[in-house]
Design a binder for this molecule. Sequence first.
Ligand code: NAP
Ligand code: MG
Length: 496
Amino acid sequence: MGLVTGMCSLPASLDGRPKLLLIDGEWVPARSGRVFDSYNPSNGEVIARLAQGDKEDIDLAVAAARQAFQGPWSKFTPAQRQNVLLKLADLVEQNLGDLSLLDSVDMGAPIGHGLSDSAVETLRYYAGWATKIQGETVPNSNPGSFFSYTLKEPVGVVGAIIPWNAPLSSAIEKIAPVLTTGCTMILKPAEEAALSPLAIGELINQLDLPPGVINIVTGFGDTAGAALSEHADVDKVAFTGSSFTGQEIVRAAAGNLKRVSLELGGKSPDVIFADADLDAAVPGAGMAVFANSGQVCCAGTRVFVERPIYEEFVARVSAFADSLKVGNSLDPETQIGPIVSQVQLDRVTGYLEIGKSEGARTTAGGERLATGDLAKGYFVLPTVFADVNDDMRIAQEEIFGPVAAVLPFDSFEEVSMRSNKTQFGLGGGVWTRDVGKAHRMAAAINTGVVWVNTYLNFDPAMPFGGSKMSGWGNEMGQHSLDEYLNIKAVWINTGE
Ligand code: NAP
Ligand code: MG
């Protein structure tokens, strides 16, 4: 442990030395020698300098990943890959305190929320699959002459590009299936929050892994990220981020028609029926928007409330929003930390002004919190906008801040239709005591995940992905492996 901040202390790894790139098993500076600053959003201070990787560094990393893919890594047995995953899980578990602190200080995740062991669980879940990837024998129409079967083979060199809102778990969600399937990778973390992914790189170097299996290149999206997604020797891009950048990735991938999987943005509906248990629905739907300061892809930001309970719900969720403690992410009491950066702060406060000018009624928050010690950080009060209608920008566009749009509805049919009236299809929620209605609504919402009388539950065994502009493919769960595998059909002539 290093510097004491007056709250939790910062990890010792923040020792002032510039962070390097992990290429072919070695920590190296960017070829250009350039670096960039990483900030603590709770106070705007620079906490680290990172290597500014660019096309040249991506080229080196891709070459290393290709060599590793064809070299000793390809000889690892499934059981050996499983062991690698289990060892990495142990190392992440042993270092979870520091890794969580890094996310807390780098992107503002409140430290008091306790350690999330989802990264460890994810690695152990995938470890189990490493020994269970198998093809099939397939009956063909000429069995006397031909024997036919399929093999599942790793897709090859994977470029993984991740956002800043959950750096540790996002990095692990890409690394785990790569190791499971025998692929190799170049990970490009987000410029705003690369410290925990780099710390995972340190742990990876403690494994018995050939160099070049996992490479990490920090840098900017429009240079390093673009070079990776258009690279002719990358076989697949696994991207998590905004729908806008997802479109850029698809265009860049067209050059060699590499495989693409996309986990993108959302504007998810959370539907509260009049028969719901409001004691559960108020905090549940509230945290579905405000958790991680609203910087959650599947946040339930469009809260549809049935007319008879509309005013009561608005009053109660507004009181809930007002009760949340906003503060420095290293303060153990903090429930809502800062927005990740000045750029995102400006974006979120811009939407607060848009909501007011569109005629929404502000019933909680509605402004930046810039008092005392918090003035230098990027804090926004949990905000509730009532009297929102479907056509307002605050009901259609992803704000990625702690902003709930609360909309009244009158019937099941109406809310079924309106809940799908966006370009996105990521998450959704239903709150009701009527089990039949819960199932009907879960079926009606056109998204990748629906939660009933709960929200934001995740498990490595449950698939996660989006429809429409929210993405292509799934992460987590058994079927996510297919995103990293090619099927090969083999015919054997058994005839004379
Ligand atoms: P973003 O701006 O799209 O950035 C995501 C990543 O893409 C970053 O590493 C970024 O690099 C990189 N990038 C930017 N432009 C690029 C380009 N032209 N080519 C290649 N890479 C490029 O998204 P964000 O603001 O970091 O993250 C928030 C978004 O992610 C939200 O829309 C959220 O909903 C979505 N998200 C989705 C999921 C999901 O599972 N569906 C999960 C989490 C977040 P730099 O940061 O260095 O510029
Ligand atoms: Mg930062």
